[in-house]
Design a binder for this molecule. Structure first.
Ligand code: GLU
Length: 441
């Protein structure tokens, strides 16, 4: 069996961190099993779907390194839905209903008043042909409901939640098609999962009751259902479902200097029993991917944790991974010198400015000591490890050590009191610039 997963966003907005996490897990599970990861654009609603969001979804997945193996669009599959729908109507699994929204509201109010659950009473099923013909002659267009089988148990073994069980009797027959002929999400999704050979549906636990309904749709369609994994939802750092999560997406991550590898490494592990680790490569994350390690408690997404992970991941990235985004002229040695001090990649340009100059030195300068340093710097061998040559001689000559030995030099040579290892920086600053900086008063 080839594993096939699908990520099925509606192109009605940008992806947010919650969708990205679902996409990631679908992608990882497919990769872990040598399977296929399909992007399915759920664009049955022409009013709300926009092409720019389809483009943005593709671009976001590419940026995250999760390019799909195939793309499908629901808007290209209406003929299929129509055919399956007709068959389900013919077999009595789907029936027309004529209540208006107001009538349905009223029914629910009455049920609530009697302390009953708001389950659709199937009044439409009691209509005979004459009654239906009359309603239609009066211009009432039906919407369509899927008739749940109250007698068969709904149960599945969820890859994350374990044994799941629902009573069909406690659920309303779901509306699957509106009076204007447009589709609700539920049936086309089940048809597609079956037709596309999706083996594993990985989605948020907000879909658990949809799964119960869709399992009966798979049965009515006469197909074997996929396996399901419903993941606990994402919460903000404060542990609550946060509005902010809905607006955090790839644009924001890019803006604040978050690398795709950091997004991946974090979202792969939060909510699981594995620790969040600075793993830049996808392969080790994929190799350890296992639904059994997912917890039932909400996963906490913390931007501060992401930023910290991002820095740790940057510190591991090889030159080739970032070369085209580095400042003009920065080479491997430059990258390796500044890398441990980066919070975001953009900081590399600041450090490159420190290396190339000009720099501005603020704070006290120790002129007599710098004069001495200038003299030594003029004499040492610059071809290998000039920093150690310089500081060893100054130490011997002045008896200085620690901060008194190093800080005035760092400040004069970089304009800063903190930064990358001077042994790595000084060869990049070079003899000429170093002498100039030591002489500047
Ligand atoms: N388009 C649906 C959604 O975004 C897909 C849900 C599913 O994965 O089945 O909620």
């Amino acid at each position: 069996m080839t594993v096939i997963t699908r990520f099925a966003p509606s192109p009605t907005g940008r992806l947010h961190v919650g969708n990205i996490r679902t996409a990631l897990h679908n992608w990882m599970f497919a990769r872990a099993n040598g399977g296929k990861f399909v992007l399915r654009i759920d664009d049955t609603d022409p009013e709300r779907s926009e092409e720019r969001f389809v483009d943005a979804i593709r671009a976001d997945l590419d940026w995250l390194g999760m390019t799909p193996d195939a793309e499908e669009r629901q808007s290209a599959r209406f003929a299929l839905y129509e055919a399956r729908f007709a068959a389900l109507v013919a077999s009595g699994h789907v029936y027309p209903a004529y209540e208006t929204t107001q009538e349905l509201d009223l029914k629910r109010k009455i049920q609530a008043g009697r302390g009953l659950p708001p389950i659709y009473d199937r009044a439409a099923l009691a209509l005979d042909d004459d009654a239906r013909a009359k309603l239609e002659a009066d211009g009432v267009q039906p919407h369509w409901r899927f008739k749940l089988d109250h007698d068969s148990a709904i149960a599945w073994d969820d890859l994350i939640r374990g044994a799941a069980h629902f009573e069909a009797k406690t659920m309303s027959d779901p509306v699957i098609r509106r009076a204007d002929g447009s589709w609700l999400y539920m049936l086309p999704s089940a048809i597609d999962d079956a037709e596309m050979g999706v083996t594993h549906v990985v989605r948020g636990e907000d879909h658990v009751s949809n799964t119960a309904l869709q399992l009966q749709m798979f049965a009515a369609l006469g197909v074997t259902p996929p396996r399901f994994a419903h993941e606990a939802l994402l919460t903000g750092a404060e542990g609550k479902l946060s509005k902010r999560l809905g607006s955090l997406g790839v644009d924001h991550f890019r803006e604040v200097g978050i690398e795709p590898q950091a997004v991946r490494a974090l979202l792969a592990r939060i909510g699981t029993s594995d620790p969040v680790e600075p793993i830049a490569d996808a392969a080790p994350l994929i190799a350890g991917f296992d639904f059994a390690r997912f917890g039932r408690a909400p996963a906490r997404f913390d931007e501060v944790e992401l930023a910290a992970l991002n820095a740790r991941i940057l510190h591991t990235l090889p030159f080739e991974a970032v070369a085209e985004r580095l400042p003009e002229g920065m080479d491997v040695a430059g990258w390796e010198a500044v890398r441990p001090n980066l919070v975001t990649l953009a900081d590399a340009a600041d450090w490159w400015g420190v290396i190339e100059g000009p720099i501005a030195v603020e704070g006290d300068i120790d002129a007599a000591y710098l004069d001495q340093a200038l003299a030594v710097a003029g004499e040492i061998d610059w071809s290998s490890d000039p920093w150690h040559a310089l500081t060893a001689r100054l130490k011997a000559e002045t008896g200085r050590k620690g901060k008194a030995l190093f800080l005035p030099l760092r400040r004069a040579l970089t304009g800063r009191d903190h930064g990358p290892d001077m042994a790595a920086l000084l060869p990049l600053i070079g003899r000429e610039r170093a002498l100039e900086r030591l002489a500047a008063r």
